[in-house]
Design a protein around this ligand. Structure first.
Ligand SMILES: *Cc1c(COP(=O)(O)O)cnc(C)c1O
Ligand code: SF4
Length: 319
């Protein structure tokens, strides 16, 4: 069971936005799980290193810096994950990450993920960023966060903004799915980050009944570009337990994405991708990585050579 959790900001927004309510309000359909849905849909546990890190691609290290989120997205692919119960990294765990980064020259980017890293207090941020920079002054830091949507006042903390600005190249990877989430407060937090020198990119999850329409996605992506945020990935839904009602059949998803390209600029167009179910990495959903669907579903081939299948699912009613 994944408890319902919303911030005061989202409680208010869910009253006026159906899309926000659908993303954050518990729904009884979550009780229905399918036999091919997975507790660890990305197979992250297969590549676990240094305690709480995932080293799947040679040049990138993903670190689960905390399991906590300010609010719980109902479609979350880590909703049943082992990391969800963890609090922030402690000193020993930060030390393990430092040692791992020092010992692996090939790592060029460290991705701070979670949970939501910005649920961590500012003192912990100082400790973590100092630690990473001490170990590796040369690498790019990426921070994945939904906080500009769930609790935008977090970015009114001047000390936090200053820390982020003072630790070399830092990319903030936001997670925004619908233009209803772009409230005045959320826009202000993005502007604050941008004006303080942070680079901004966004990841969106394609969600049935939330953003599975060309106009909805076009409005979101063009607004993000206007805010200085590059739409980076649009993800097909992962096969997380109890999330079937959020998934768009892949054939319809591809039609939406093809049509979208006619309506937005190249800058506003994200890469449509999916993680190979069960592990193997992220694959762009276009040839030659995506093959023609057969009995087992859609064949996927990662640029690294890993293969897998994504099912073609039925398009049930939205409500
Ligand atoms: C998504 C992901 C990355 C980053 O992949 P990009 O395609 O560079 O954004 C790195 N490590 C893991 C384990 C990931 O899941
Ligand atoms: S913010 Fe990310 S990790 Fe947290 S519940 Fe939402 S999707 Fe999951």
């Amino acid at each position: 069971m994944y408890p319902e959790k919303l911030t005061t900001h989202l409680e208010a927004l869910a009253l006026s936005s159906r899309a926000v309510a659908a993303m954050f309000r518990y729904d009884d359909r979550e009780k229905a799980t399918l036999d091919y849905e997975l507790a660890d849909p990305l197979g992250e546990s297969r590549h676990a290193v240094a305690g709480r890190a995932v080293h799947q691609y040679p040049d990138r290290l993903l670190v689960h810096v905390t399991g906590r989120c300010a609010a719980h997205c109902r479609y979350c692919f880590r909703r049943s994950g082992v990391h969800r119960a963890c609090g922030p990294l402690d000193e020993r765990e930060t030390g393990l990450i430092q040692d791992y980064l020092k010992g692996h020259d090939q790592i060029k980017e460290v991705l701070l993920s979670g949970g939501d890293p910005f649920t961590m207090g500012t003192d912990l941020w100082e400790y973590l960023l100092d630690g990473i920079r001490q170990a590796r002054p040369d690498i790019t830091v990426r921070i994945g966060t939904r906080m500009p949507v769930s609790d935008p006042v977090r970015f009114e903390d001047n000390r936090l903004i200053q820390l982020l600005a003072d630790h070399g190249v830092v990319w903030i990877m936001t997670h925004i799915n619908h233009s209803d989430e772009l409230t005045a407060e959320t826009k202000a937090s993005l502007e604050r980050l941008r004006k303080n020198g942070l680079s901004l990119a966004n990841q969106t999850v394609l969600l049935k009944g939330v953003n599975d329409e060309v106009e909805v996605l076009a409005r979101l992506f063009t607004t993000l570009v206007d805010l200085g945020v590059k739409p980076y990935y649009l993800f097909q839904g992962d096969l997380a337990l109890g999330t079937a009602h959020f998934r768009v059949p892949l054939s319809r998803a591809l039609a939406i994405v093809n049509e979208l390209r006619r309506h937005v600029s190249g800058l506003a167009m994200p890469v449509f991708a999916v993680d190979i179910p069960g592990g193997g990495g992220k694959v762009p959903l276009c040839p030659p990585w995506l093959g023609a669907p057969g009995k087992k579903g859609w064949p996927l081939t990662h640029p690294d050579g890993h293969t897998g299948f994504y099912p073609e699912e039925k398009d049930g009613p939205v409500k």
